[in-house]
Write a new protein. Structure first.
Length: 445
């Protein structure tokens, strides 16, 4: 096992990782920017080191500073959390070259899944369903229009180097094509430095259902249930739950088997998530694979009792999985609300000093957060300030528990998305589980 892990992140996820390390007797090093010296992850770690200025480009994304910090503090592994350098294949590669274990999948895994066309080809080759579309990057307008005519409108143009909803364009007819293709390609070039795009049949208002994977370095792969993340706004997830309210055990097993087949095909290691679209007829299609621990991992932990961050560390250290697929049991229902320091009406950031804080508790309530009374939420970083997770015997009770916990939550001095979550919990369609990725656009409180 590692002696000391450096956590290349901040906020709630840095604390989440520190907690897992403490429970298995591994020392921790926090890194922080100039303005993060008072942050809770710094206070909770065994030691800490400053890696640069407030702007992430010079600190949490500064590969040289982070590697030097690991060398100076004699850490033997680096946990990247999510965001920042978590899916940067080059960073994972550099860690290895410097004798540091990157706690995550291999650089090759990240590289492959980062190329959405290669991921699509790889997945299709093992018989996992994908939406009809191009198997290579689009070479010309003529070719693209021919494919669209064949698969039928609407179609969606996606960036090969994209992901997470960035750089996508829906096309409803042949007249829109030339413009959409040019825009998508130039946006892809600007955002990712790669103009390549591909086409897929557009699936209207599907659910976003993702399967949690865990793989060791001995070839063992398990899936750990699924999460429904359909409640999103501009590709930012706001509420996630597990299990998905509409899938049967039979469908769960087929999606799980598909996700495991993908992992096996690429010799995947560590945690990962296979994202699928689930249409109204119960058909599922592979979208992309996330090669990191995800923000919403706690809902999976609550219904399985598995500490995913601890398993990540064990897998990276070379330990074989300590359980099999049959040992994994799903119990009850869990929901997570992401609480952001934002105006709940307009979703614009609302940083500033917290002046009055009380967090909810009680049976089945979990708070993952790095904030405290009198803490100043900084404008330089993500506006996620807390994740409120509840667990109950069933979905109805979980919704009631979430409403109760949201009512208890007091965060004064800044605006938060708590009122928004209260409205969703009170919404009848949400209560009936009738959600898809278009839910929030239709939702009016
Ligand atoms: C799609 C789609 C419909 N059809 N692909 C958005 C995130 C990225 N992972 C892919 N996304 C989508 N891809 C096809 N062929 C609809 C979306 C989509 C979406 C997916 C999940 C959650 C929210 C979404 C909101 C808008 C569009």
């Amino acid at each position: 096992m590692f002696r000391k892990i450096l956590i290349a992140n901040r906020g709630e996820i840095a604390i989440r990782i520190i907690r897992a390390c403490k429970e298995i007797g591994v020392k921790t090093v926090a890194v922080h920017s100039d303005v993060d010296a008072d942050s809770l992850h710094v206070k909770l770690a065994d030691e800490s080191i400053c890696i640069g200025p407030a702007a992430s480009a010079g600190s949490y994304l500064n590969v040289k500073a982070i590697i030097s910090a690991a060398e100076v503090t004699d850490a033997d592994a680096i946990h990247p959390g999510y965001g920042f350098l978590a899916e940067n294949a080059e960073f994972a590669e550099i860690c290895g070259q410097c004798g540091l274990t990157f706690i995550g999948p291999t650089a090759e895994n990240m590289h492959l899944m980062g190329d959405k066309i290669r991921a699509r080809q790889t997945v299709a080759a093992v018989g996992v369903p994908i939406l009809p579309g191009t198997s290579e990057a689009v070479r010309s307008l003529e070719e693209a229009e021919a494919v669209a005519a064949q698969i039928g409108y609407p179609v969606i143009i996606k960036a090969t180097a994209g992901g997470g909803g960035r750089g996508m364009k829906v096309v409803h007819s042949s007249e829109e094509f030339a413009n959409a293709l040019a825009t998508a390609s130039s946006e892809a070039q600007n955002a990712f430095g790669n103009p390549d795009v591909y086409l897929e049949k557009y699936c209207v208002n599907p659910r976003h259902v993702e399967v949690q994977l865990l793989a060791d370095q001995c070839g063992n792969v398990v899936y750990i249930g699924e999460r429904d993340c359909s409640i999103q706004r501009r590709h930012q997830k706001l509420i996630e739950e597990s299990p998905c309210p509409v899938i049967t055990q039979e469908l769960r097993e087929r999606m799980g088997a598909a996700a495991v087949a993908i992992a096996r095909a690429v010799h995947y290691t560590n945690v990962g998530t296979a994202e699928f679209l689930l249409d109204a007829d119960g058909n599922f299609y592979f979208m992309e694979m996330n090669t990191r621990i995800q923000v919403e991992h706690p809902v999976t932990e609550m219904i399985t009792g598995i500490d995913l961050v601890r398993e990540q560390i064990y897998a990276a250290a070379g330990y074989p999985l300590r359980f099999t697929q049959n040992d994994i049991q799903l119990r009850g229902h869990a929901i997570e609300c992401r609480i952001n320091a934002e105006d709940p009406e307009r979703f614009v950031p609302s940083p500033g000093k917290i002046d009055g804080y009380h967090q909810p508790g009680g049976l089945g309530v979990r708070v993952e957060s790095a904030i405290y009374d009198q803490y100043t939420v900084l404008p330089y970083y993500d506006s996620l300030i807390a994740k409120l997770i509840v667990h109950a015997d069933n979905r109805e009770e979980a919704i009631r528990r979430m409403s109760r916990a949201l009512d208890e939550y007091i965060i004064e001095g800044i605006k938060t998305t708590i009122p928004f979550h209260q409205k969703i919990m009170a919404n009848h369609e949400f209560q009936e589980g009738k959600v898809d990725v278009g839910f929030l656009e239709r939702f009016s409180g």
